[in-house]
Design a protein around this ligand. Structure first.
Ligand code: ADP
Length: 266
């Protein structure tokens, strides 16, 4: 049997996926905080996924690394951009996907796919924290909670508060001001989710919205944001059960494609 792995060393979280390359089946995944040493995080997360899959490192036929720390991954046969990986991963999970939105810790991107799941076009926001996971973390802290508590607050709001500033620093001041005026934390959280969704929808429109649309990345765990993006785009939005792992899964798929000599984008 042929096994491959993908390692995605992200700005906040390191992820790994082990793939049964013959059957294109995900055997195991793992996710750990990246911390200050991306090389160590890559090693540990791959080890964790291998242990879950009950496969030894020597049993892997190929490893592909991606993410901002991809150059630090030992033993990877290739490093590939997150754009290619997110496309391949989304296609494996749902071949009908034509648009993938990936909102991670420090950037967000939208990728349009062809019928075979290869990238046709993409748009990227990596210039500022607005609309990313980091933005949500800062806002959650301003509301005295974490990202999970933030989602819970937003989910119970009757109506979102209007948030006018998208810059993280200004939006944080706006949040403090709204709370001081007695606007509930629930409404503020819901307003922030809507603001992230509207910003994301603008990014997706740069490449054209073609259904099915899949939301991935850590922020895909926030169901309020997922629902708001779907509403803003006017179409159904699907979110896989482990949205943070789709890029690592895609890297493992690319590793498998390299082994079998099928189409290779990079
Ligand atoms: P990266 O690849 O840049 O490390 P990820 O795709 O792993 O980013 O996403 C990390 C982000 O996901 C963090 O900024 C965190 O705020 C966000 N996140 C994690 N869990 C949740 C959750 N339950 N709700 C919303 N956001 C979450």
């Amino acid at each position: 049997m042929l096994f491959t792995a993908g390692v995605d060393v992200g700005s906040l979280a390191a992820k790994a996926a082990v793939l049964d390359a013959d059957r294109r089946r995900v055997m195991a995944t793992a996710c750990l905080p990246t911390g200050p040493d991306p090389a160590e995080a890559g090693r540990r997360v791959l080890q964790a996924a291998l242990e879950t899959a009950d496969i030894k490192y020597d049993g892997l036929s190929a490893v592909v690394a991606t993410g901002y720390g991809r150059e630090t991954v030992d033993g990877a046969q290739a490093t590939v951009t997150e754009i290619s990986c997110v496309a391949r991963g989304a296609h494996l999970l749902d071949p009908a996907t034509r648009t993938v939105i990936d909102i991670g810790g420090q950037d967000s991107k939208a990728v349009r796919l062809d019928e075979e799941g290869y990238p046709l076009d993409f748009a990227l926001n990596d210039r500022c924290a607005a609309g990313t996971g980091r933005f949500l973390e800062v806002m959650a802290q301003a509301l005295g909670t974490d990202v999970t508590g933030f989602e819970r607050l937003a989910a119970t709001a009757t109506e979102p508060a209007q948030i006018t500033r998208t810059c993280t620093v200004f939006a944080e001041s706006e949040v403090v001001g709204l709370l001081a005026r007695g606007v509930s934390a629930e409404r503020v959280a819901a307003g922030l989710c809507r603001a992230v969704a509207l910003r994301t929808a603008g990014l997706v429109r740069q490449i054209g919205v073609e259904p099915k649309v899949m939301l991935v990345g850590g922020v895909g765990l926030n169901r309020v944001i997922a629902a708001e993006i779907g509403r803003a785009l006017g179409c159904e939005l699907i979110t896989p059960p482990q949205p943070q792992l789709v890029v690592a899964i895609g890297a493992a798929v690319i590793a498998a494609e390299r082994m079998t000599g099928s189409r290779d984008e990079e």
